[in-house]
Each structure stands twice: as structure tokens, then as C-alpha cells.
Design a protein around this ligand. Structure first.
Ligand code: F0G
Length: 464
């Protein structure tokens, strides 16, 4: 392993188990009924019918005994809760932003940021879209423009920093529409939709000097930025001896503010925040949060949730925590790779992404190969994964057509500190069984399509 963890023989968990939650294996007949009732959408399956739940790493991680103890220290005051100040201290210490506005989760912060900074007709460049982030930008009157490097759209490319911004694409946009119509650049750490791929510090530095010159703020989606810091240390010259903590701080110091879904890196079941250094933006966010979330010292959270988040920040930057986290994801990915299952490379930090186009080459993209594969994996073994392809990408607001993204993926997402190595073995064996039977997998037809973020609630029927 890397030098920071050389005192540990492997990625073994830096904790032991104090409480367990029982899970249930179902029969094939039960799963057939469950997936039919769920309209072949894994979001609509009841969790009690799931054996190993790899739907998401969002809000599904296990809290530590310290975090649970923190819940008991909740100061449930409507205003000025002590826990808000603990959270503010932790954000200032580890992320370095001056001003903090808590929100109930990431999209609450995205709403504030988008409403405050975007005006009708603006263009918002970003290193690949995220579903909720782009929707809030569009609802605020903006148009998202993808400026990630081309390699990010190629599952086979081994580029070490597929989350990098393509500076030429960005400059082309700025020249075309004018910097005054670019309210900020939306920069995501460990780009989720690209397969959990990091940006490099060199790229961020270049972006920072470009944006300073053109007076464009950099707004970080900090949701998985500590995991991004891990890859910078592992892959980028000059960082091998630095702590995760110092790399995280360096990233944040090169940006102007962030939105955060604390349900990922920060090891809590609910929570998020908006943070920034500009007082006038902060004052607007502080005022707007009262409309959508709650008073500015709780933002839709209980005091206890903010305490758990403050403690979660300190645990998330621990070297041995991230070594184990990333080690477990790699363990699963390596098993699948060795069995010939097509996955996105390099392996990211929060999930293994199966390339559904390669897995099911006989299906057209409008037969929703990734959605079909996710349903099939549930049927096979009670394992719940998530579609990240044609359904997630939605329709183009102008043409109304399916966006047909280059990446048609199934995400096996690992909650933090939840599953064991034996669970990973079961997952790999099950995926391989489905792979061996891939020629028999049929596509799906969408029979119900909601207007916003359709992947959450769309329903399907098998094609005959
Ligand atoms: N940004 C990123 C990069 C995310 O992955 C998510 C959520 C959000 C913002 C929104 O945060 O859910 O707290 O409102 N991702 C989850 C996932 C849903 O499964 O990838 P939220």
C-alpha cells in the first residue's frame, strides 16, 4: 500500500464491529415479484427485499460509536445550537471556508448556490454533470456545459485524472458566450458520473489561474473530495508525503466555495452544507436558506445531525479510514476485472462501474441496457445496484430527446464501513454468474416517466 499506511499490512478495517443489522436473503420467486412490482427500477424495491445494498454510498454508511454519542449531545435549540458552532469549526479547520450555511443534504445547497449565482441565459461549465446539480442549474435559468476531458467519456481510458477540466473546452465556451455570462464553474471532486474519477492538483491550479484572470469563481462539489485527495497523493508528483488533510485544504484554498452532500465522505446518514469565502454570497445564502430549509444555524437538520457531521469530518480525513475504504472498492473491482467483466478504469473510490454497453452489446441504448443489467443482478442474487446511463441522463430540455450519454453504466456503490470482504466475494461471484448468462438478458421499455430526475421513479416492462 502507499507509504502513509505502511504500518498496516493490508486495507483491513481500522475498526471492530459493536452492533450488527440482520439482512435477509430472498428466494428467486420473491425477487421476481419484487422487481416486477418495482417496475424494474431498483430505486423502487423495498429495502427489506434486498440482500446486499449497493444502490448508493449516500447516507448509507455506518456511523462510529463517537458519532452516535454525538447524537446524544444534540443541542436542539431553534437558534444558535452549540452543534452548529462545532460544525462551523470543523468546516473552517478542514475545508478552510470562512462562512457556512447548513442544509438538509447536498441538493439543498445546490439550490441555494444556483438561485443566488445563476441568472437567466447563463452558461455553467462543469467537469461532467451530476443529476441534481445540473437540474438546479437549469431550474435557475442556466445551461450546463460539459467541459471535462474527452477521456472521461471513455470507460477504457486509463487516464489517471479523468475528472480534469479540459481548459480548451472551457476557454472556447468563455470566448463564445463571454465571461459575464459564466457565473461560476462547477467543479466536482471524484466525478461520480464518470466512474468516481479525480481531478489533479495541477489541473486545479491551471483552472484557478484561468478563472482569476476572467473573474469566474470556482464552486466545488465537495461531496467526495477527501477521496479525490487520496488519488492526488497516490498519483501526482510531489504529493506522496503529504497528508490527506493538507491536500484537502490545498484543494479548497484554490476554490471559492462549495456545496456538500455530507452523506458521502462525511459519514452521516443525512446532512449537507453550502460554504464560501465571499461575504455577500454568504449573506444571500443565509437569507435564502430560511425560505427553503430552516434557520441559518440548522438548515433543515437537527442539532444532533450537525454534531454527527462535525465528528464525521474528523473521521473522514483519517488516513487508515480512506485506505480501507478505497482498498475495499479495489478488492471488488480487481475480482471483476480478473473475471473479464467490463468495468470503468481506473477503479474509482466509491463504486465499481460496470460498462453495460460492453456487457450487453446486443441491446440498443433505448432498450436501457444498464437498467436491464441492474434488474438482472437483483434477480440473480438480491444485490441492488443503480443505473447510471440513458435513464439517469434524461432528456435534452430543448429537443426533448433522450440524451444518449457515452457512458451506459451500472454502479455497484459501496457504503462506508458497512459490508465485509465476504460480502464483496458474494457480489463478485453473482456479477460473474450474470455475465456468463449475458446473452439471454433482454432490454426494457419505459412505461412511466416522471418530469424531474426520472431515474428515481420511472417504471419499465421487459421487452419480449
Ligand atoms: N453531488 C454529487 C457528486 C452527488 O453524488 C450527490 C448525490 C449530490 C451532489 C446530491 O446530494 O443526495 O445529498 O442531495 N449523490 C447520490 C448518489 C444520490 O447516489 O450518487 P444529495
Amino acid at each position: 500500500m502507499t507509504m502513509k499506511t505502511s504500518h498496516r499490512p493490508s486495507w483491513a478495517e481500522p475498526y471492530k464491529i459493536k452492533t450488527v443489522e440482520l439482512i435477509r436473503m430472498t428466494t428467486r420467486e420473491e425477487r421476481e415479484q419484487a422487481i416486477r412490482e418495482a417496475g424494474y427500477n431498483t430505486f423502487l424495491i423495498r429495502s427489506r427485499d434486498v440482500y446486499i445494498d449497493l444502490l448508493t454510498d449516500s447516507g448509507t454508511s455506518a456511523m462510529s460509536d463517537r458519532q452516535w454519542a454525538g447524537l446524544m449531545m444534540g443541542d436542539e435549540a431553534y437558534s444558535g445550537s452549540e452543534n452548529f458552532y462545532h460544525l462551523q469549526d470543523a468546516v473552517r479547520e478542514y475545508y478552510g471556508y470562512k462562512y457556512l450555511v447548513p442544509t438538509h443534504q447536498g441538493r439543498g445547497a445546490e439550490n441555494l448556490l444556483s438561485q443566488i449565482m445563476i441568472k437567466e441565459g447563463d452558461y455553467v461549465p462543469g467537469n461532467m454533470y451530476f443529476t441534481t446539480t445540473r437540474l438546479h442549474q437549469e431550474l435557475a435559468g442556466g445551461t450546463f456545459v460539459d467541459v471535462i476531458i474527452d477521456e472521461a467519456h471513455d470507460p477504457a481510458s486509463r487516464h489517471p485524472f479523468k475528472g480534469n477540466v479540459d481548459m480548451e473546452k472551457l476557454d472556447r465556451l468563455v470566448q463564445e458566450v463571454g465571461a459575464e455570462n459564466v457565473p461560476y464553474i462547477s467543479l466536482e471532486g471524484n466525478v461520480n458520473m464518470a466512474g468516481g474519477q479525480p481531478f489533479s492538483m495541477a489541473n486545479l491550479k491551471e483552472l484557478n489561474s484561468y478563472c482569476r484572470k476572467h473573474n469566474i469563481p470556482i464552486m466545488l462539489d465537495a461531496t467526495r473530495t477527501i477521496e479525490n485527495a487520496w488519488f492526488i497523493r497516490e498519483r501526482e508528483d510531489g504529493y506522496a508525503d503529504k497528508s490527506l488533510r493538507s491536500i484537502l485544504r490545498e484543494i479548497c484554498d484554490l476554490t471559492d466555495g462549495c456545496t456538500m452532500s455530507a452523506k458521502k465522505d462525511l459519514l452521516v446518514n443525512i446532512g449537507g452544507f453550502f460554504a464560501c469565502n465571499d461575504e455577500s454570497i454568504f449573506l444571500k445564502a443565509q437569507n435564502m436558506v430560511v425560505v427553503y430549509e430552516g434557520l441559518h444555524t440548522y438548515g433543515g437538520l437537527a442539532g444532533r445531525d450537525m454534531e454527527a457531521m462535525a465528528i464525521g469530518i474528523r473521521e473522514a480525513v483519517m488516513e487508515e479510514h480512506q485506505a480501507s475504504r478505497i482498498g475495499q472498492v479495489r478488492y471488488l473491482g480487481d475480482m471483476l476485472r480478473q473475471a473479464g467483466v467490463p468495468i470503468v478504469n481506473p477503479i474509482g473510490s466509491h463504486a465499481i462501474f460496470i460498462d453495460a454497453r460492453k456487457f450487453l452489446p446486443h441491446l440498443d441504448q433505448d432498450e436501457y441496457p444498464a437498467q436491464s443489467l441492474a434488474a438482472e443482478l437483483y434477480l440473480e442474487a438480491g444485490i441492488r445496484a443503480m443505473e447510471r446511463g440513458n435513464v439517469s441522463a434524461g432528456r435534452d430540455p430543448v429537443t426533448g430527446k433522450n440524451r444518449h450519454p457515452a457512458l451506459e453504466l451500472v454502479r455497484l456503490t459501496l457504503p462506508r464501513r458497512v459490508y465485509t470482504q465476504a460480502h464483496m466475494d458474494v457480489v463478485a461471484e453473482s456479477v460473474v454468474r450474470v455475465f456468463e448468462n449475458r446473452d439471454n438478458i433482454k432490454g426494457l421499455k419505459m412505461i412511466y416517466e416522471p418530469e424531474y430526475l426520472r431515474f428515481f421513479q420511472a417504471r419499465f416492462e421487459p421487452l419480449t
